[in-house]
Design a protein around this ligand. Structure first.
Ligand code: 5GP
Ligand code: ZN
Length: 113
């Protein structure tokens, strides 16, 4: 098991876990780019968005719902925030375990990259 995020799920690598349920965990990004920068991930290893199947659609809804819930808890629901999912090499994905970035707490760039 050489996936960093699977090791965080298994408790083998420490992380600042801010939410956990049977399917999902969320934790602080180790290199935050904004006052709020959380990662929301499925506990099950799914490499990327490109590996999702029809059966995973409820899981994606759940991940986004948790992201919105955490945005409220962080106090950035009204001011605004961004959810980002990088997919694959040219999409800027560095960790090959599906994750949603929840970024906020400052004015973000208008450019998507
Ligand atoms: P990606 O580029 O794959 O969308 O984003 C991966 C994110 O994971 C990066 O923002 C990076 O800072 C974060 N990250 C990488 N390794 C670790 C780690 O060991 N712990 C935590 N908390 N975040 C990590
Ligand atoms: Zn994994």
């Amino acid at each position: 098991m050489d996936c960093i995020f699977c090791q965080i799920v298994a408790g083998k690598i420490p992380a600042d876990i801010v939410y956990q349920d049977e399917e999902v965990i969320a934790f602080g990004d180790i290199h935050p780019i904004a006052p709020t920068h959380l990662l929301i991930i499925p506990q099950r290893h799914i490499p990327s968005l490109a590996h999702l199947s029809e059966e995973d659609l409820p899981l994606i809804g759940h991940l986004v719902n948790i992201a919105n819930h955490l945005a409220k808890r962080e106090g950035i629901s009204e001011s605004g925030y961004r959810l980002v999912v990088n997919c694959g090499g040219q999409g800027g994905q560095l960790v090959p375990h599906l994750h949603i970035h929840l970024i906020g707490g400052r004015r973000l760039s208008d450019e998507l990259g």
